[in-house]
Design a protein around this ligand. Structure first.
Ligand code: MD5
Ligand code: FE
Length: 199
């Protein structure tokens, strides 16, 4: 049963070790087709998080702006979303749609993601499902206004968060990675997977 996290449904330890390891293998297969890239913000700053994706769309950013697009920056189509992940969407999302994007975020020990809203998707009533793998991360979530108070929670490997309802437009970010806190990956680091309906 979920814990309420500022309106989001938080399922701590939703995935056991075997399920986490299987997901890491699926992510490695995605990355063989669609390698991680270090995205550039429109203002020209490199993001500290490296990204890839699976599905009909990936989310990219470069000097031209933020957008979803059907191809990797290198030109190839994104690989399909693996069944392991579409099954988790079926189980946890309460959505009547299929996911169109699995964004893969890779955090090294020093990576962060600043406070932001996710609103590049056409239908903001569709949920976002987040899966954490590897090192623990301090996740900050506030309200729909940037100035709203925030709370923090350490997300651990195997945790799932479903952002729906008002929390779907909540400001959120990743403040800090606890490097070496998990032995799931070959090196320290964290993977966050987000499943999304795009258009
Ligand atoms: C992460 N990823 O852990 C974070 C948080 C992102 C992103 O924020 O946009 O890739 S995953 C939790 C999350 C995802 C999407 C929406 C919301 C939270 N939210 O509306 O609070 O890499
Ligand atoms: Fe986000």
């Amino acid at each position: 049963n979920p814990v309420d996290l500022s309106g989001a449904a938080y399922f701590p330890a939703a995935l056991d070790q075997a399920a986490q390891s299987a997901l890491v293998e699926d992510v490695r297969a995605i990355l063989r087709v669609a390698p991680l890239v270090q995205p550039m913000t429109p203002s020209g700053k490199p993001m500290s998080v490296r990204m890839s994706a699976a599905g009909d769309y990936g989310w990219v950013t470069d000097r031209k702006g933020y957008r979803y697009q059907r191809r990797h920056p290198d030109g190839q189509s994104w690989p399909a979303i693996p069944l392991s992940l579409s099954s988790l969407w079926q189980k946890y999302s309460n959505s009547d749609r299929a996911p169109q994007c699995c964004l893969v975020n890779w955090y090294g020990p020093e990576a962060k993601m600043g406070l932001h809203q996710d609103k590049d998707e056409a239908d903001l009533t569709q949920p976002v499902l987040s899966i954490s793998l590897g090192d623990e991360a301090r996740f900050r979530i506030g309200g729909v206004n940037r100035s709203d108070p925030t709370r923090s929670v350490w997300l651990r490997s195997g945790d799932i968060v479903v952002l729906q309802g008002p929390s779907r437009l909540a400001y959120h970010g990743i403040d800090k990675i606890r490097a070496g806190s998990s032995s799931l990956l070959q090196s320290s680091g964290r993977i966050n997977l987000t499943l999304r309906v795009v258009d």
